[in-house]
Write a protein that binds this ligand. Sequence first.
Ligand code: SF4
Length: 570
Amino acid sequence: MIEREQLEMDVIFVGAGPANLAAALHLKNLIKEHDELVAIGRRPGKTIGELEIGIIEKGASVGAHILSGAVIDPVALRELMPDFLEQGCPVDSTVESDAFWYMTENRAIVSPITPPPLKNHGKYIASLSKICEWLGEKCEEAGVNIFPEFPGAEILYDENERVIGVRTGDKGIDKEGKPKDNFEAGVDILAKVTVLGEGSRGSLTKEIMQRLGLLEGKEPQVFSLGVKELWEVPAGNFEEGRVVHTLGFPSDTKTYGGGWIYGMKNNVISIGYVTGLDYFDPLLDPHAEFQKFKTHPEIAKILAGGKMLKYGAKTINAGGWHTMPKLYADGVLLVGDAASFLNGQRIKGIHTAMKSGMLAAETILSAFNHDDFTSKTLEDYGEKVNGSWIYDELFAVRNFHASFQRGRWSALINGGLQFLTGGMAWGFMPMEHHVAGHERMKTMVEYEYKDDAQKNRYPDLKFDNDLTFNKVTDVYHAGVSHDEDQPSHLHILDTEICATRCAEEYGNPCQRFCPAAVYEMEENPKTNRREIKVNFSNCVHCKTCDIADPYQIINWVTPEGGGGPNYKGM
Ligand code: SF4
C-alpha cells in the first residue's frame, strides 16, 4: 500500500490548456470583484476570500503539450482581458487575407468567395503554446498555483460517487512496475470542485463519462487528427498574415479532410492537414495524407527552398453540439475540447474553450457563495452555456460533421444551405446521426483490398527529407522525450487480437493511424508470427490510437509527468 500525501485545495483544474487557464484567471478576478462589492455593500452575500486554486499539467511546462493551427478568434480573450494586446499577449500576426482552395490532383481552384465560416480577416495567427505560456504567467501573477509535470492519473470519488479531487501520477516506476530509487508517490489533491480541461479525448474525461454516464442520450463523440509542420520559407513565397484553407486532395470524397497554410512573422508558415478519424479505408494513414498534401504542385511551390522546423500532431473533438456530454456532476465540471466545445465548421475551438472555462468559473463562484458543490449548484454551468454565444454558435452548426459522414458533397450542399438559413435548414433535412469513427472503418475485405500492389496506398510518396518526411524524422522534430524505463502508457488490453483478428481483418491500422511510429508489427522468432511492438517513447500524446482502434482495446493513460512532446513555439 503506497502512502500518499494529501493536498487540500479549493479548486483543482486538470490540464493547463486555454479553457482551464482562462477559467482559473477569470475565477481569481471574479472573487476579487465579488469580495470588493460585498465589502462596500453593493452585492448581497458573504465574502469568499482567498481560495487555493491549482492547475496540474502533465507537460514539463505550460505550453509544452499545446498544439493548434492556429487562427484565434479573440472574442473570449477580449472578454477575459479587454487589453490583452497591451498586456503582452503574444499573438504573431493579424490576418490580412483569406482564401479557400478546392484541390484537385494538379490544380488549386481558388474559390471566388471565401466561405463565411472561414473568413478570418482581422483575427490573429498565433502559437497557442505561446499564448498558454503567457496565460499561465498571468494566472501565477494572480495567485494561481501551477504544477507542471503533474499528470492527472485518477479521479477521486467519495462513497456517493461525488468527485472529491484527483490523484497525480507516480514518478520513478521502472518498466517492470517496480519503484526506482527516485520513486515519488503521486499526491491526492482534494478539492471542492475539480475541473477537467484535458483537451481532446482526455483520459480522465473518458473515464468519468463512462462511469457517471455523462454521454447518455448524446451522440458518440467524433474526432479528427491534425498533423502540422512549421516551415521557414524563402521571403516572398507566402506572405505574413495570409490564410489559406483547402478541401480536396489528397482525401477522397468520402473522407473528411482539408488543409491549412498560415503566414507568420519572419517567413515562418504553419502548414497542416486534418483527417477525420471516421474514415472507411483501413489502409489510410493521416500522416501520409499530410505528406502527400505537400507534394501538390501549388503547395510544393510555397515550400520550395524552405526548411521544416517543427512537427506535431493532435486530435480535435469535432462532433460539436450533439456530442457534448453532460457538463457537470457532483464536484466536477468539464470544459474545452475535452467536452466537445469545438466549432467544426470554422475549425476553431480556442475561443469556445476559453468561454466554457469562464462560464465554469462563474458557476464555481456561485457554488462558493452558496457553499454547495453538488450538481444542484453546478448544473447552472449547463444553463450558462445554453444562454451564451457558445450556444448560438455551436447549435447553428450542430449537424456539420454528421453531414460530412455522408460524404463531401452532402456536407458542402448542407453546409451552404445551413449558412443561408442561419442553421434553420438542418431541421428540414434528413440527417444521419454521428457514428463513432472506429465503427466506420471497413475491413480489408469490405474495402475490397486484394493484392499487395493494391495495398500500397501511397506508391509515389518518397519521404525525401526535403519536402516530405517519414514519421521517425517528424517525431524527432516534435522534441519528444519519455524516460524509457517506465511502464508503457499505452495499454493494449488484448495483444492476441493484434496478432490474429486485427492483422487479418484490418491489417493492423494502428501502424498507420498513429502519426508517431509508435506501433509496429514485428516477427517473433519464438512464436513464428508477427506481434505488436509498442515504441511508447515516440508518443506525441495525440490520442488517435485510443480513438481510432476498431476493437477499442487501446487505452491511453498518462505517462510519467514531464514526458511527451515539446511544442513550445509551435
Ligand atoms: Fe498518438 Fe497513440 Fe501514437 Fe501516441 S501512440 S502518438 S497517442 S496515436
